[in-house]
Design a protein around this ligand. Structure first.
Ligand SMILES: C[S@@+](CC[C@H](N)C(=O)[O-])C[C@H]1O[C@@H](n2cnc3c(N)ncnc32)[C@H](O)[C@@H]1O
Ligand SMILES: O=[N+]([O-])c1ccc2c(c1)CN[C@@H](CO)C2
Length: 273
């Protein structure tokens, strides 16, 4: 039964994603108040600060950074693109891969202006905000490809997507818990992506705490595995990671804007043993 349940649960999740709307998703989560660079307590600046610190404190290094479940967003690699000379973006949906290609090709074909994000990360790096054009060029230079991914497969990427030694670092934000029908599937998915990472490589994981659904577009209600910190830590341990740091952001009332029931956000830095 468990095997049958597994297939139905994963297939049902895939069906939910057919209505995913990148433009709406970006509007819901990546514009003010959740992305307000003037507010100390806004969620996106908190995420960017966690990622900046994690990528720049000296232990993360290598050739290839892979972002698992990129969606239509780029914020998750704005610090990493200065550390790695190859960045691979991935998503399950062609509409999201197309959104990312629109930015990459720089022909105005994308649904969010990433300039404030680029400027903010430049400031975190001690650079002038006007250096955002250099950062944009750097990011366009290091992104090697935008490929399909399915974290429920033991091999989430095509076999030729990675070098034999695997990725040096993985980043994944709001993906695993938002695509898994239950905690067991979340933990299995964590193990699957771990196989893409070389031993000693780092995992930077951002995710939702206490979230049971979110809207991926108007009327597109997508179920989420409600996680707490203990479950995240247990799943990491079970999947062969050693936790380096866990940070938690608790949403103030005015960050609860009706597009989900998320109560907190976790940031994990871990290493694959
Ligand atoms: C909540 S969005 C996260 C997007 C982005 N990483 C962010 O931080 O906002 C979840 C993403 O997971 C993708 N997804 C859905 N099913 C998936 C699967 N089986 N494997 C990998 N990604 C999947 C969706 O297409 C979507 O882009
Ligand atoms: O506040 N945020 O920055 C933010 C960004 C993305 C997402 C959330 C919150 C909460 N829902 C998840 C999907 O499970 C997606």
């Amino acid at each position: 039964m468990e095997g049958k349940g597994k297939v139905n649960g994963v297939a049902a999740m895939a069906a939910c994603y057919q209505g995913f709307d990148p433009a709406a998703y970006l509007q819901y989560n990546y514009t003010p108040p959740r992305a307000d660079f003037e507010r100390k307590d806004s969620i996106v600046p908190w995420k960017l600060a966690c990622l900046h610190r994690a990528f720049t404190e000296g232990d993360v290094r290598g050739e290839l950074l892979v972002d698992i479940g990129s969606g239509p967003t780029l914020y998750q690699v704005l610090s990493g693109c200065e550390v790695f000379n190859k960045v691979l973006l991935t998503d399950f949906l062609e509409v999201n891969r197309q959104e990312l290609r629109g930015w990459l090709e720089d022909e105005g074909g994308c649904n969010l202006d990433w300039t404030p994000y680029l400027q903010h990360v430049c400031e975190l790096e001690g650079r002038r905000p006007s250096a955002w054009t250099e950062k944009a060029a750097k990011l366009r230079q290091v992104i090697t490809d935008i490929v399909p991914v399915d974290v429920h497969r033991p091999q989430p990427l095509a076999l030729d997507a990675l070098p034999s030694e695997g990725a040096d670092c993985l980043v994944s934000c709001f993906c695993l818990e938002s695509v898994s029908p239950d905690l067991a599937a979340f933990t299995r998915a964590l193990g699957h992506i771990g196989r893409l990472l070389r031993t000693g490589g780092h995992l930077l994981l951002i995710g939702a705490l206490g979230e049971s659904y979110y809207f991926g577009g108007p009327g597109v209600r997508i179920p989420v595995v409600p996680l707490n910190e203990a479950q995240v830590c247990a799943s990491l341990k079970e999947s062969g990671y050693t936790l380096i740091r866990l940070e938690v952001y608790t949403l103030p009332q005015d960050m609860r804007v009706g597009v989900d029931d998320v109560s907190g956000v976790f940031f994990v830095k871990a290493i694959k043993e």
